[in-house]
Design a protein around this ligand. Structure first.
Ligand code: SAH
Length: 344
């Protein structure tokens, strides 16, 4: 695979232009074109000679929207083709306040959570920073957005992959996507979801990019958590909570726990009680999710009514909590489902 130009910051693009003997203003033309989601070949301001030099070294289209599925509720799901033939998926959800795009950070995943489709075939490879960014640039352009007037307003790192298992690329992506002069999405409008890799959570707190930190908890105790999340054997809930507190201390951002309700695993009233004593008084919010059943995984969700009952218990216990609205269910909304289907 060739290199990926969208991995670079603006300063690095400037440096590249200097290396290639180009004038300084070319960097702005190139960078603006890329941030609009254009292919190198389609940036009309650039000379043919420069485009040719760039195309020898860099991928013209690192991420291409290969397929689009549209849900009855307007949610769009994408299969993105990468330059080496791998595919990842993403979702775009439209709300009154704007559009939230869910992006992938790895091809596959090595965390192997018991309910998740992304880990079914293990990790294939990390995405580069530019490949993560290009998912947004492509969808933003598709929706008629530019770098100055964004169509994609919010980003969640909740597609396939564990972002903190691909730490350097993810942080580079976060720096580039929030850079003024680029697509410039505010860190406040970005949520990073992790299964709880404690050292990387602590490192992220020190990066100076105050994104919303979301942790996949899915259980109030270590023993049961380890049954559905192998990573729980490496890091305890107590360590995760300390890392969350550190994140809060450094960024001032309240953190969020995701909790996917699974029948017979984590959805009894006793679990709600444990969750309340674990989290009460913390600067956090609990996002309950109804399980998106993945056939190969064999786990079942609970009914909507039961989910609301669980939510009611948390609220009565003093927690800030919501039940995530299920959208896009008719198009394979859960992480990795579409790709898993395609691989078969
Ligand atoms: N690796 C990151 C991002 C994962 S996807 C993480 O673990 O947080 C975002 C959320 O969806 C996570 O909380 C994940 O545990 C959850 N999830 C994955 N598959 C799911 C499914 N089939 N049903 C419900 N939630 C699921």
């Amino acid at each position: 695979m060739k290199q990926i130009l969208q991995d670079l910051s603006f300063a690095e693009v400037e440096q590249l232009m200097a290396e290639l003997g180009e004038q300084k203003y070319r960097a702005g033309q190139l960078y603006r074109g890329l941030m609009r989601g254009k292919k190198i070949a389609d940036i009309t301001e650039l000379s043919a000679a420069l485009k040719q030099k760039l195309l020898q070294r860099f991928e013209d289209e690192p991420v291409r929207i290969a397929e689009i599925y549209t849900s009855a509720d307007g949610t769009e799901k994408y299969l993105f083709a990468l330059a080496d033939g791998n595919i990842v998926e993403g979702v775009l959800m439209s709300y009154k306040y704007g559009r939230t795009q869910c992006v992938s950070t790895q091809v596959g995943c090595r965390m192997n959570c018991a309910f998740c489709a992304s880990g079914l075939n293990g990790l294939v490879r990390d995405l580069t920073a530019g490949e993560i960014l290009c998912q947004i640039l492509a969808v933003n352009a598709r929706c008629g957005g530019t770098a100055e007037k964004r169509a994609v307003t919010n980003v969640v790192l909740m597609g396939s992959g564990e972002p903190l298992d691909n730490y350097a690329n993810t942080v580079r992506f976060l720096k580039n996507v929030t850079a003024p002069g680029g697509i410039n999405i505010s860190a406040r409008n970005i949520s990073l979801s992790t299964c709880g890799l404690v050292p990387q959570m602590r490192a992220l707190a020190e990066e100076g990019i105050p994104v919303n930190l979301t942790v996949s908890l899915h259980s109030p105790n270590d023993a049961e958590r380890a049954r559905i999340m192998p990573v729980a054997k490496a890091y305890s809930i107590a360590e995760i909570l300390r890392a969350c507190d550190y994140y809060f201390e450094k960024t001032g951002r309240r953190y969020i726990f995701e909790y996917s309700l699974i029948e017979g695993e984590n959805a009894d009233p006793a679990h709600a009680a444990q969750l309340i004593s674990l989290l009460r008084g913390r600067p956090c919010h609990v996002n309950l999710i109804r399980l998106n059943e993945v056939k190969e995984r064999g786990l079942c969700g609970i009914s909507e009514k039961q989910a609301y009952r669980f939510l009611g218990l948390l609220e009565k216990g003093g927690l800030s909590a919501t039940l995530r609205r299920t959208i896009g269910g008719d198009i394979g909304g859960a992480c990795g489902q579409l790709r898993a289907k395609r691989l078969k």
